[in-house]
Design a protein around this ligand. Structure first.
Ligand SMILES: [Zn+2]
Length: 196
């Protein structure tokens, strides 16, 4: 089974230029947000499913904080730091403080671990998402308009591979006409009822 979720708004800075201050304020807001009933329902679903993959375009890390274990973050995670030059994930001990901080090993600026507009998705994340999509028997498309590629193609790939697809979204999307079941509503309301 696969659950695919997406954010309500974009993850890039307002002027498409990286701004450490902008991300710092965004991180403070994300840190104050608690996972909702939809996140909890997906944890419950994972706990009763043998093979479960959660593919998300969200960058807030809330699925992992809620307790989801097998999570693929297609657009990265805003709460994680990476070295601009090396790409590796950094801990506070790997950084020299500053605005932005610097990588203690190579001196390059530190960047948030999100995928910016125009950047390619992490190849392993995309490969893992495609592999899980092709072998699943049920695919849930949750809270996404299904227009941002390549994630938008995943439920169609699942359908083509013979899986059933349940769409959970307040509005109709390009997927709605082909989905096996369409449940109109917000994830935080529909998923607890679906799982319960
Ligand atoms: Zn570095």
């Amino acid at each position: 089974m696969i659950a695919s979720t997406a954010p309500a708004r974009s993850c890039g800075p307002p002027n498409a230029l990286p701004s450490w201050e902008w991300y710092a304020s965004r991180r403070e807001r994300v840190a104050k947000v608690a996972p909702n009933a939809g996140h909890a329902a997906l944890v419950a679903l994972e706990n009763r499913t043998i093979h479960f993959t959660l593919i998300t375009q969200n960058v807030d890390g809330l699925h992992a904080r809620a307790g989801s274990r097998n999570v693929i973050e297609l657009h990265g995670n805003i709460m994680v730091d990476r070295c601009f030059a090396e790409g590796r994930v950094l801990t506070p001990a790997d950084e020299v403080p500053g605005t932005p901080p610097r990588c203690a090993r190579c001196g390059a600026p530190v960047r948030p671990g999100v995928v910016w507009f125009g950047e390619a998705l992490p190849p392993k994340a995309l490969d893992d998402a495609l592999a899980a999509t092709h072998r699943c028997d049920l695919f849930l498309s949750i809270g996404t308009s299904n227009v941002v590629e390549p994630a938008a193609s995943l439920p169609f790939a699942a359908l083509d591979a013979g899986a059933a697809v349940i769409e959970v979204n307040p509005e109709r999307t390009p997927l709605s006409a082909r989905a096996t079941i369409v449940l109109a509503g917000a994830a935080g309301e529909v998923l607890p009822r679906l799982v319960g």
